[in-house]
Design a protein around this ligand. Structure first.
Ligand code: Z5A
Ligand code: MG
Length: 218
């Protein structure tokens, strides 16, 4: 008897600058896909609930100190600890929405200006993780982001750090192997941004079979 092959889910990552609205848009996208009866999961990094995530949370709040390389590898390990479950969900036909991923991982660590922690070095622990089918990069000007409230108390929330993060993110977008990245103007009303996100996501979900099996970050 012939078995129908389950159509795999899509791996959709939402990245972008601080206060670009990533978490708001992930939540809206998740609800929209569920309303359309698509099997969907929503995860975020850092996942502060795991033992590694708790160490990251403590570091970000300034409650513990770690070297730049150590915290970098913990952020990466926090992704590796769910890499298999992401792959399993995708194989079961579940579309997985991810709030921040390896791009944030590489950029924030490299933005610290440590001469022994280049963007190239920072990318290496990400190699082999599931590669997104689509990465939506939410772009926002510093002026527009400033209107969304001041910085909180976490470690990377300073003007100088955010400027370097912005420049590094923009340099990553130019790399030729990042053809899954789609830039979205996030400085507009929430529902307009949501509409611009939903279209490419639905298109990606429709086309996953032609993309083939889930790839790995290189
Ligand atoms: N980090 C790292 O170093 N290495 C890694 O590997 C990873 C992360 C994964 C915490 O991340 C820090 O970890 C972060 C990067 C680093 N450091 N910094 N800075 P996080 O993801 O937990 O950060 P967050 O607290 O969620 O902040 P965020 O991501 O920058 O915010 P957002 O998700 O983009 O925005 P939002 O929470 O949806 O919205 C922000 C506000 O704007 C809120 O009041 C909304 O109501 C408002 N908003 C949203 N959309 C709009 C529109 N369209 N118009 C007007 N107002 C809006
Ligand atoms: Mg967020």
């Amino acid at each position: 008897m012939a078995h129908d092959k389950i159509k795999r889910g899509a791996l959709v990552v939402v990245e972008g600058l601080d206060r670009a609205g990533k978490s708001s848009q992930c939540e809206l996208l998740y609800r929209s896909l569920l309303d359309m009866n698509y099997k969907t999961e929503y995860i975020r990094f850092p996942d502060r609930s795991t033992p590694i995530g708790k160490q990251i949370d403590s570091y970000l709040r300034g409650q513990s100190q770690l070297g730049d390389h150590s915290i970098h590898l913990l952020f990466s390990a926090n992704r590796w600890e769910v890499a298999q479950s992401i792959q399993d969900d995708i194989a079961k036909g579940i579309t997985v929405i991810v709030d921040r991923y390896s791009y944030s991982g590489a950029v924030y660590s490299a933005a610290k200006g440590n001469p022994n922690l280049s963007l190239h070095w920072a990318w290496q622990p990400e190699v082999g993780l599931p590669r997104p089918d689509l990465c939506l990069f939410l772009s926002i000007s510093p002026e527009e982001a400033a209107k969304r409230g001041g910085y909180g108390v976490e470690r990377y929330e300073t003007d100088s750090m955010q400027k370097r993060v912005r420049d590094l993110f923009l340099s990553l977008l130019d790399l030729p192997h990042n053809d899954e990245i789609c830039v979205i103007d996030a400085g507009r009303p929430v529902d307009e941004v949501a509409q611009d996100i939903l279209e490419p996501v639905l298109e990606c979900m429709k086309n996953v079979d032609s993309i083939g099996s889930l790839k790995k970050l290189a």
